[in-house]
Design a binder for this molecule. Structure first.
Ligand code: ADP
Length: 776
C-alpha cells in the first residue's frame, strides 16, 4: 500500500469521512471539520499540497468510523481555503474534482488514507438523443422543485438552463438538493451517465412529492406550530442561558412543580396524575421537545383558579342600585334578575336554571350581564359562540397534539382568575356544528349541573369544578337554539325600546358615557334634545340603541378633535350643526309607501333584529292563472300565498271581485329582501289584503300595519312577537295596527306611551281586516 502509484489512475490520498454533507465533482462546497483524524488528514494534504478524498459515512452519527462504516465511492477534491473556527473546528472550502472508487483503506499515523481508482469523465460535447431528452426532463423537474421549495428561487437555478454537458448538469443539480446520504451514494457510484440521469430524475420525483406533502402538512399545522415553536425556542434559549450561568435547573425545577402541585390540595386522583407528569420530567433527556409539552401543561394547570373565589354578594338592595345605575328602564327585566339573585341566595349550593337574554342587537343584553357580575361581586368573562363549530374550542385539544391548548371555557376561567365568575355565553343561537364534533353537546355538559362539577377539558385531563360559575347566555332568537340547551334556560326577553325610552337612554346614559370614555369633562360637550330625537328618527331605525350609541360616539370623537385642534373649550351640538358631526341623514323610508296605493300593504314581521315593517306588493296582469312569487321567500310564505288565493276564490263574490281571475290573470306577489321573519307564518292577512286590493282596485291605508295568519275559512290566527311588532309600527309612524284577537292578552307588554300614539284594533276574521284596511 506504500507504493505510491500502481497505474496512472490509482492514487493514495488522505481521507475525510463526510457526514451530512454531499460534495460532487465540479462543485464548490464548504463544511466544518472537527474530528481529530479528519483534521490530521486535512493538515497532511495542506502540507504536501495534495488533494483530499471525501468519502460519505454510512451512518452520520458514527463518531469514530471504522473502514466498514464508509461507502466505497468518494470524491477527490481540491482544498481551496481553510479557516480556524473558535472551539477547535476548521471550516474547509473544497472543490470537487472527480469521482473515484475506493479500493483500499489504511490507517496512517493518525488519519486514514485510501487507495483509489479515479473515474475519469470527459466532457460530453455531443450528447445522444436519449441524454438530451433526459436533460430536458431534469430541467423540468428543477422548475417543479423550485416552485414547491420556498428556500430556492428561480434565479438561483437559472444558470442550469445553460449547461449542455449532462455530466456537469447532473452534478450541479445534485448539489442543489439536500439529499439523503443513500441517494448521494447512488449518484456517486453510477458510472453510466444515462443511468445517472435517470436516477436523478427518479430522486427528483420523490423529492417533489415530499415537498408537496410537507406543504400540505405545513398548511394544516402552521398556525399552531408558529406559536408552539416560538415557545419552544424561547424555552430552549432560556435553558441555554441557565446553563451558561451554571444554574442547576433540572432537579429543582421538578421539585418546584411537585411542591406547587401538593399545595393545590386537589383530590387524590388528580394529584397523582399531576405528580406523575412532573416526575416524567426527571427521566427525560435534556432538550427533548416533550419536556416543553409537559412544562407548558403543568404551568397551565397550576395557573387555574382551583380554589380561588370572589366573595359573592347577594345584597338585593345593592344589586338594584347597580342595575339602575347602568340601565334605564327595563323594569321587568331588572325585577326578574333580582328574583334570580334572591333565589340563588336562598338555594345556595342548589343549582338554578341558566338565564338567557333574548332580543335584537343593541338592547343591552351584554351590558346587563356585566351589571349582574358587578351587582353580585363576581368577575366577568365572555365567550362568543357565533360561528363556533369545533368542539375543541370548548373542550380543548389533547396535549399530544401540536400546539394544543385548553378550550375557551378553561382559558377564560384562567383569565377570570376565580372559579365563580359570571360567564357570558354570547350568541348561543349561532352555534353551529359539523364534522369537527358537536359543540352544542359539549356546551350541554358545561351547563348541566349534574355533570359540570367535574368538567374535563381534553388538555387539562383532570376534572375542574364549574358548578360555582354563573353561566348566562344571550341570543337574538330562540328558534335556532338546540332544544336540549333551551331546556336548561330561563328565557328573559328584551323586545326593544320606544322612541321615548331611546331618548332617555341616550340623554342619561349614552352621552355621559361617551363623554367620559373620550376623556372630556361634562361641561365640554353638549347635544340638544332635538338633535338626539333627530338621530333616533332620521338616522337610526333600530330596535336597540347600538347605532344610536355609535353616532353619539362619532359626534364626541369629532368634538374631541375640534377641541384639541382649534383649542376650543366647549362643543355644543344642535339642529344647525348636527350634520357636521355625524353626516347626512339616512333616507330610511324609501321602502315604506308614502300614500295609499293599490296592492301595497304594510305587514309586520318579527326578525332577529327585532320587529320590522315588511311591505308586500301584489300585481295583477293578463295571463293564465299563474301565481308568481319573488323576493324574500320561505316555504311558509308560499303556503300563505296559496291559502290566500284559495280563500279569495271561494269568497270572490262577497269580496266584490269580478271575472275568472284564476283563469285569465297572473298574480305577482313581491316580498322585500332583507328582513327574514323568524316567527314563521304571520303574513297571511297582509298577503290576502294585498291580493284583494290588487284584484278589486281598492287602495290600502298606507298608515296602517297588520300581522296575523289566516285559515282557509278566513279566521285570523294569533302570532308571536307582538311587542316587537307594535314597536316597529310605532317607529315607522303608523297610525293603526291590526292584531289577531287572540293576541289581546299581550297588550300589557306594550308601553303606555306607545298605546297612546297608535290605535290598536283586534280582528277575528279577514272580513274585518279588509273592512279596516281598504279605502272605500
Ligand atoms: P346587545 O348585547 O343586546 O347587543 P349591548 O349590551 O352591546 O347590546 O348594548 C349596546 C349599548 O347600548 C351598550 O353600550 C349598552 O350599555 C347600551 N344600552 C342598551 N340598553 C341600555 C339601557 N336600557 N340603558 C342604558 N344603556 C343601554
Amino acid at each position: 500500500m506504500d507504493k505510491e502509484k500502481n497505474n496512472s489512475l490509482e492514487k493514495i490520498i488522505p481521507v475525510i469521512p463526510l457526514r451530512g454533507v454531499s460534495v460532487y465533482p465540479h462543485t464548490i462546497m464548504h463544511f466544518d471539520v472537527g474530528r481529530e483524524k479528519s483534521i490530521n488528514a486535512l493538515n497532511t494534504s495542506l502540507l504536501k499540497d495534495e488533494k483530499i478524498l471525501l468519502v460519505p459515512q454510512i451512518e452520520a452519527i458514527e463518531e469514530n468510523p471504522k473502514f466498514e462504516d464508509l461507502y466505497d465511492y468518494g470524491v477527490v477534491s481540491q482544498i481551496k481555503q481553510t479557516l480556524k473556527l473558535p472551539g477547535g473546528n476548521t471550516r474547509v472550502l473544497v472543490e470537487g474534482e472527480s469521482r473515484c472508487k475506493v479500493l483500499e483503506l489504511a490507517n496512517r499515523d493518525n488519519y486514514i488514507v485510501a487507495r483509489v481508482e479515479i473515474i475519469e469523465e470527459e466532457e460530453i460535447k455531443n450528447p445522444t438523443e436519449e441524454m438530451e431528452v433526459l436533460r430536458r426532463l431534469l430541467l423540468k423537474d428543477v422548475n417543479e422543485y423550485v416552485r414547491n421549495n420556498p428556500l430556492i428561487t428561480q434565479e438561483m437555478v437559472l444558470p442550469l438552463m445553460e449547461i449542455n454537458d449532462p455530466i456537469l448538469l447532473t452534478d450541479t443539480i445534485s448539489s442543489y438538493l439536500d439529499l439523503k446520504t443513500e441517494d448521494y451514494y447512488t449518484l456517486l457510484k453510477e458510472v453510466d451517465i444515462v443511468k445517472r440521469l435517470k436516477t436523478l430524475h427518479e430522486i427528483f420525483l420523490k423529492e417533489i412529492e415530499y415537498l408537496r406533502i410537507e406543504e400540505e402538512i405545513n398548511k394544516k399545522v402552521n398556525v399552531q406550530i408558529n406559536k408552539s415553536q416560538r415557545e419552544y425556542f424561547l424555552k430552549e434559549q432560556l435553558t441555554a442561558i441557565r446553563e451558561e450561568l451554571g444554574e442547576e435547573e433540572d432537579e429543582s425545577l421538578v421539585d418546584n412543580y411537585i411542591k406547587k402541585i401538593k399545595k393545590l390540595k386537589l383530590d387524590k386522583d388528580s394529584q397523582k396524575h399531576l405528580l406523575k407528569e412532573a416526575n416524567r420530567l426527571k427521566t427525560m433527556s435534556m432538550g427533548s421537545p416533550e419536556i416543553n409539552v409537559i412544562q407548558s401543561y403543568l404551568d397551565e394547570v397550576l395557573s387555574l383558579p382551583w380554589k380561588k373565589t370572589s366573595k359573592e354578594s347577594y345584597d338585593i338592595k345593592k344589586a338594584r342600585e347597580v342595575l339602575d345605575e347602568d340601565h334605564y328602564g327595563l323594569n321587568d327585566v331588572k325585577e326578574r334578575i333580582l328574583e334570580y339573585i334572591a333565589v340563588r341566595k336562598l338555594t345556595e349550593g342548589l343549582k338554578g336554571p341558566i338565564l338567557c337574554f333574548v332580543g335584537p342587537p343593541g338592547v343591552g343584553k351584554t351590558s346587563i350581564v356585566k351589571s349582574i357580575a358587578n351587582a353580585t361581586n363576581r368577575e366577568f368573562v365572555s365567550m362568543r359562540l357565533g360561528g363556533v363549530r369545533d368542539e375543541a374550542e370548548i373542550r380543548g385539544h389533547r396535549k399530544t397534539y401540536i400546539g394544543a391548548m385548553p378550550g375557551k371555557i378553561i382559558k377564560l376561567l384562567e383569565k377570570a382568575d376565580t372559579k365563580n365568575p359570571v360567564f357570558l355565553l354570547d350568541e348561543i343561537d349561532k352555534l353551529s356544528s359539523d364534522f369537527r364534533g358537536d359543540p352544542a353537546s359539549a356546551l350541554l355538559e358545561v351547563l348541566d349541573p349534574a355533570q359540570n362539577d367535574s368538567f374535563i377539558d381534553n388538555y387539562i385531563e383532570i376534572p375542574f369544578d364549574l358548578s360555582k360559575v354563573m353561566f348566562i347566555t344571550t341570543a337574538n332568537s330562540l328558534n335556532t337554539i338546540p332544544p336540549a340547551l333551551l331546556d336548561r334556560m330561563e328565557v328573559i326577553r328584551i323586545a326593544g325600546y320606544t322612541e321615548f325610552e331611546k331618548f332617555n337612554i341616550a340623554k342619561k346614559y349614552l352621552v355621559p358615557k361617551q363623554v367620559e370614555e373620550h376623556g372630556l369633562k361634562e361641561e365640554q360637550f353638549s347635544i340638544s334634545d332635538a338633535s338626539i330625537r333627530k338621530i333616533i328618527l332620521n338616522y337610526t331605525r333600530e330596535s336597540g340603541v347600538r347605532n344610536l350609541e355609535r353616532l353619539i360616539s362619532k359626534a364626541v370623537r369629532r368634538a374631541v378633535v375640534e377641541i384639541v385642534e382649534n383649542e376650543k373649550d366647549t362643543i355644543k351640538i344642535d339642529g344647525r350643526n348636527l350634520e357636521k358631526y355625524i353626516g347626512h341623514e339616512k333616507i330610511i323610508d324609501d321602502d315604506i309607501p308614502q300614500q295609499d296605493m293599490v296592492g301595497v300593504v304594510n305587514g309586520l314581521a318579527w326578525t332577529s333584529v327585532g320587529g320590522e315593517i315588511l311591505t308586500i306588493e301584489a300585481n295583477v296582469m293578463k295571463g293564465s292563472g299563474k301565481l308568481k312569487l319573488t323576493g324574500m321567500l320561505g316555504d311558509v310564505m308560499k303556503e300563505s300565498a296559496q291559502a290566500a288565493v284559495s280563500y279569495i276564490r271561494s269568497n270572490q263574490e262577497a269580496l266584490g271581485i269580478e271575472g275568472e281571475f284564476y283563469k285569465d290573470k297572473d298574480i305577482h306577489l313581491h316580498f322585500p329582501e332583507g328582513a327574514v321573519p323568524k316567527d314563521g307564518p304571520s303574513a297571511g292577512i297582509s298577503i290576502t289584503t294585498a291580493l284583494v286590493s290588487a284584484l278589486s282596485g281598492k287602495k290600502v291605508d298606507h298608515e296602517l300595519a297588520m300581522t296575523g295568519e289566516i285559515t282557509l275559512r278566513g279566521r285570523v290566527l294569533p302570532i308571536g312577537g307582538v311587542k316587537e311588532k307594535v314597536l316597529a309600527a310605532n317607529r315607522y309612524s303608523m297610525k293603526k295596527v291590526l292584531l289577531p284577537l287572540a293576541n289581546k292578552k299581550d297588550l300589557d307588554e306594550i308601553p303606555e306611551n306607545v298605546k297612546k300614539n297608535i290605535e290598536i284594533k283586534f280582528v277575528e276574521t279577514i272580513d274585518e281586516v279588509l273592512e279596516l284596511a281598504l279605502i272605500k
